[in-house]
Design a protein around this ligand. Sequence first.
Ligand SMILES: *Cc1c(COP(=O)(O)O)cnc(C)c1O
Length: 373
Amino acid sequence: MCGERFKIAPDVMLCPKCSAEQNPDEPLKGVLEVVVDGDLPDDWDVLDLLPVEREFFPEIPVGNTPLWKPVNLRRELNLKNLFIKDDTLEPTGSFKDRASYLVAAFARKYGINNIVVASTGNAASSMAGVGAAAGISVTVFVPKSAPKAKLTQILQYGAKLIAIDGNYDLAFDLSLEYSRENGAMSRNTAYNPLTIEGKKTVSLEIFKKLGAAPDYVFVPVGDGVIIAGVYRGFIDLKKFELIEKIPTIYAVQSSGSDAICRAVSSGKFVRIPTSTVADSICVDVPRNGYYAKMLLEEYGGHCVVVSDDKILAAQKLLASTTGLFAEPAGAASLAGLIEVKDEIPQDATIVVLATGNGLKDIDAAASFVGTQR
Ligand SMILES: *Cc1c(COP(=O)(O)O)cnc(C)c1O
């Protein structure tokens, strides 16, 4: 990172100098970080910390998701201060709405009427839904193997769906080509710096609700944008002297797709083909890998890698003890907590992010419980 600063504008995505050194098969170079300037009013709310004025946000209830006490799960795991932040309840059913919401507001501010995004499914269905509320036309590039519910959402929301015969990594490249040729603004995760910034709202909400920072946060990780957003929120809170310490954050990945965790332990990113039942965290090249790795190292975060079987077991445990049915990626965070439970004091304040709704992808969950038809 060269440290150069830019004014936020629709054509500023990556730092031109750093991204000129981009190698294929590596995470994005030159990912930009939004910096918050100025003072915070005493009665601040989350929108005061975002870089777009509130009148531009579309009328759709993104964020302010419940942070609640899963009493049975607390008993089961013997963790007294465990909380779930339930982003399965976002309007389109995933955490991605936090980023889409800010991107849509930004587009409205600059009169941009055309957004394009590549996605494994959730970012696309999210941008399609939030775009529909904002009156913006949305084009999405998604692997045709994406779960049927996510593809259906995209079409229901009225977006243009380009289902490609390839994986997310190919969708990413094709969508950038489309954006160059058609002048559409890219909402690609990490590439558009507002995707990271939009996701920080989760930490601000957790702080508001708890009145303090938690000790631990468990985050499912694919491209590494949610985890960077989680850090961004706590970094802002620390900057405004509302908290003293950044929580210890655990990045949870599937053993079938663990590029960031591998890079944290080996020091470098190596592209290998990945596959996991948790489709939303299945990425060969984690776009925000460098930035996520840097944050984990700087703030003493940890990585946990769990098997797909453990993810499916955690999904079932979550559903059967709390009534919350999350998609596999959305329950991976709980699988990570279960894996490292013995390292964590029983009375620590722990937040597990549930990032996506179980009804978005029922195949693996169905076979796990033996649904017959
Ligand atoms: C996108 C997504 C993640 C991972 O977020 P990254 O920013 O790619 O690390 C986790 N869970 C769900 C449900 C998602 O849609």
